[in-house]
Ligand binder design. Sequence first.
Ligand code: CU
Length: 107
Amino acid sequence: MKASHSLGLLILGICLALAGCKGDGTNQPKGTGAKHYDLKGKVVAVDPGKGSVTLDHEDIPGLMKAMKMDFPVEDPKMLEGLKAGDQVQGRLNVESGQYTITHLEKR
Ligand SMILES: [Cu+2]
Protein backbone atom coordinates (compact mmCIF):
# COMPACT_ATOMS: atom_id res chain seq x y z
CA MET A 1 0.00 0.00 0.00
CA LYS A 2 2.66 2.43 1.04
CA ALA A 3 4.96 1.40 -1.82
CA SER A 4 2.32 1.89 -4.51
CA HIS A 5 1.47 5.30 -3.10
CA SER A 6 5.12 6.38 -3.46
CA LEU A 7 5.16 5.06 -7.02
CA GLY A 8 2.11 7.18 -7.82
CA LEU A 9 3.86 10.29 -6.55
CA LEU A 10 6.96 9.40 -8.56
CA ILE A 11 4.96 9.08 -11.79
CA LEU A 12 3.20 12.37 -11.07
CA GLY A 13 6.59 13.96 -10.54
CA ILE A 14 7.89 12.71 -13.89
CA CYS A 15 4.81 14.07 -15.67
CA LEU A 16 5.32 17.49 -14.12
CA ALA A 17 9.00 17.42 -15.07
CA LEU A 18 8.18 16.59 -18.70
CA ALA A 19 5.57 19.34 -18.86
CA GLY A 20 8.13 21.76 -17.49
CA CYS A 21 10.60 20.73 -20.16
CA LYS A 22 8.10 21.37 -22.91
CA GLY A 23 7.38 24.82 -21.53
CA ASP A 24 11.07 25.76 -21.63
CA GLY A 25 11.19 25.02 -25.33
CA THR A 26 9.58 28.35 -26.11
CA ASN A 27 12.37 30.30 -24.41
CA GLN A 28 15.58 31.01 -26.33
CA PRO A 29 18.56 29.76 -24.36
CA LYS A 30 20.69 32.66 -23.17
CA GLY A 31 23.69 33.40 -25.32
CA THR A 32 22.27 32.41 -28.72
CA GLY A 33 22.70 34.92 -31.48
CA ALA A 34 25.69 36.65 -29.87
CA LYS A 35 28.30 37.79 -32.38
CA HIS A 36 31.82 39.03 -31.86
CA TYR A 37 33.70 41.56 -33.94
CA ASP A 38 37.22 42.92 -33.92
CA LEU A 39 37.24 46.62 -33.21
CA LYS A 40 39.85 49.24 -34.09
CA GLY A 41 39.74 52.96 -33.62
CA LYS A 42 40.67 56.08 -31.72
CA VAL A 43 39.39 57.11 -28.30
CA VAL A 44 37.35 60.31 -28.50
CA ALA A 45 36.18 60.38 -24.88
CA VAL A 46 36.12 58.12 -21.83
CA ASP A 47 33.33 58.05 -19.27
CA PRO A 48 34.29 55.67 -16.44
CA GLY A 49 31.28 56.74 -14.37
CA LYS A 50 28.91 55.58 -17.06
CA GLY A 51 31.17 52.73 -18.10
CA SER A 52 31.28 53.86 -21.68
CA VAL A 53 33.79 55.01 -24.23
CA THR A 54 33.34 57.12 -27.35
CA LEU A 55 35.34 55.74 -30.24
CA ASP A 56 36.08 56.98 -33.72
CA HIS A 57 36.11 53.44 -35.03
CA GLU A 58 37.18 51.97 -38.35
CA ASP A 59 34.96 49.80 -40.53
CA ILE A 60 33.62 46.75 -38.71
CA PRO A 61 33.15 44.26 -41.56
CA GLY A 62 29.67 42.78 -41.51
CA LEU A 63 28.39 45.23 -38.92
CA MET A 64 28.92 48.92 -39.72
CA LYS A 65 31.01 51.51 -41.47
CA ALA A 66 33.56 53.74 -39.79
CA MET A 67 31.94 56.27 -37.48
CA LYS A 68 32.10 58.02 -34.16
CA MET A 69 29.91 56.50 -31.46
CA ASP A 70 29.51 55.52 -27.80
CA PHE A 71 30.06 51.97 -26.63
CA PRO A 72 29.29 50.54 -23.20
CA VAL A 73 32.15 48.46 -21.81
CA GLU A 74 31.72 45.19 -19.93
CA ASP A 75 33.78 46.46 -17.00
CA PRO A 76 34.58 50.16 -16.32
CA LYS A 77 38.05 49.02 -15.17
CA MET A 78 38.83 48.45 -18.84
CA LEU A 79 38.87 52.22 -19.28
CA GLU A 80 41.67 52.80 -16.77
CA GLY A 81 44.68 54.39 -18.42
CA LEU A 82 42.79 55.27 -21.59
CA LYS A 83 42.39 58.84 -22.75
CA ALA A 84 41.21 60.81 -25.77
CA GLY A 85 43.54 60.35 -28.71
CA ASP A 86 44.68 56.81 -27.84
CA GLN A 87 44.67 54.30 -30.69
CA VAL A 88 42.90 51.20 -29.46
CA GLN A 89 41.80 47.78 -30.57
CA GLY A 90 39.37 45.44 -28.94
CA ARG A 91 36.52 43.05 -29.13
CA LEU A 92 32.86 43.92 -29.56
CA ASN A 93 30.05 41.64 -28.48
CA VAL A 94 26.70 42.16 -30.20
CA GLU A 95 23.65 40.44 -28.77
CA SER A 96 20.00 41.35 -29.38
CA GLY A 97 21.09 44.65 -30.91
CA GLN A 98 23.07 45.50 -27.76
CA TYR A 99 26.74 46.43 -28.19
CA THR A 100 29.25 45.71 -25.44
CA ILE A 101 33.01 46.03 -25.61
CA THR A 102 34.45 42.96 -23.92
CA HIS A 103 38.12 43.73 -24.53
CA LEU A 104 40.00 46.98 -25.13
CA GLU A 105 43.69 47.80 -25.29
CA LYS A 106 46.07 50.39 -26.71
CA ARG A 107 47.81 49.54 -29.93
CU1 CU B 1 29.57 52.48 -35.20
